[in-house]
Design a protein. Structure first.
Length: 229
């Protein structure tokens, strides 16, 4: 079984309080490797808690609180890669499955997300799987110090096109994150904004193909710049 949840009695102390600290552990099998992931037991309860605040921040909507099919597919593609010593950046890390998997494959990983709750779970999940993953709280349009660490060997992103506003931001950002020796792997379940994004990639002159994933469910697009930005 690829994805089986088990209840936990108590959350690690580094996780956020409230509904986010009511957690379960998912056990995910990836090419013979077992990855253990904590997540909130009830994502709707996390959302309700946010909406009960006096001035809820839309950017804090708990998209991070689920293990989405795109993340699982991307993790499955990453786990078998020879990543020892490679510098990997994950955009929109959520619970950290992809970042943890890259670290298990030997990469030096930085996981970024605009949600501090997401990066807290990512750090906890990395420790749970005995790997090291750096984290940073940052939005795509405010890349901060990790942009200055470019070029990255590999940039990973799972289901980041759920909002149309992310398309122009990513088309601006990605050429600044990798050079002609690097790649971007973007997993997508067929969001409406995907064709616009891929047209923008083509306009940049990048090469693109597809990696094996879940047919009809998730496509992993491998993007490679043809020229240095």
């Amino acid at each position: 079984m690829d994805h089986s949840p088990q209840p936990l009695i108590a959350a690690p102390p580094e996780l956020p309080p409230g509904a986010a600290s009511d957690v379960v552990e998912d056990t995910i099998e990836l090419s013979g490797r077992t990855v253990r992931m904590l997540r909130p037991r009830d994502g709707d309860a996390v959302l309700d808690e946010l909406l009960a605040e006096d001035d809820p921040d839309e950017d804090r909507l708990p998209f991070w609180a689920e293990l989405w099919p795109s993340g699982i597919a991307l993790a499955r593609a990453v786990i078998s890669q020879p990543l020892t010593g490679r510098r990997v950046l994950e955009l929109g890390c959520g619970l950290g499955l992809v970042s943890v998997t890259a670290a298990l494959a030997g990469a030096r990983v930085l996981a970024v997300d605009r949600s501090p709750e997401a990066t807290a779970f990512t750090a906890s999940n990395a420790a749970r799987n005995d790997v090291s993953v750096r984290t940073a709280v940052s939005a795509f349009d405010e890349p901060g110090p990790w942009l200055r660490e470019a070029p990255w060997d590999l940039v990973l992103a799972a289901d980041v096109l759920y909002e149309q506003r992310n398309v122009p931001v990513l088309l601006w950002l990605l050429p600044r994150l990798v050079d002609t020796t690097g790649e971007v792997w973007l997993a997508d379940p067929g969001r409406p904004s995907l064709p616009t994004f891929l047209a923008g990639v083509d306009a940049l002159g990048w090469r693109r193909d597809e990696l094996p994933a879940d047919p009809g469910v998730v496509t992993i697009h491998r993007l490679r710049p043809a020229t240095r930005p």
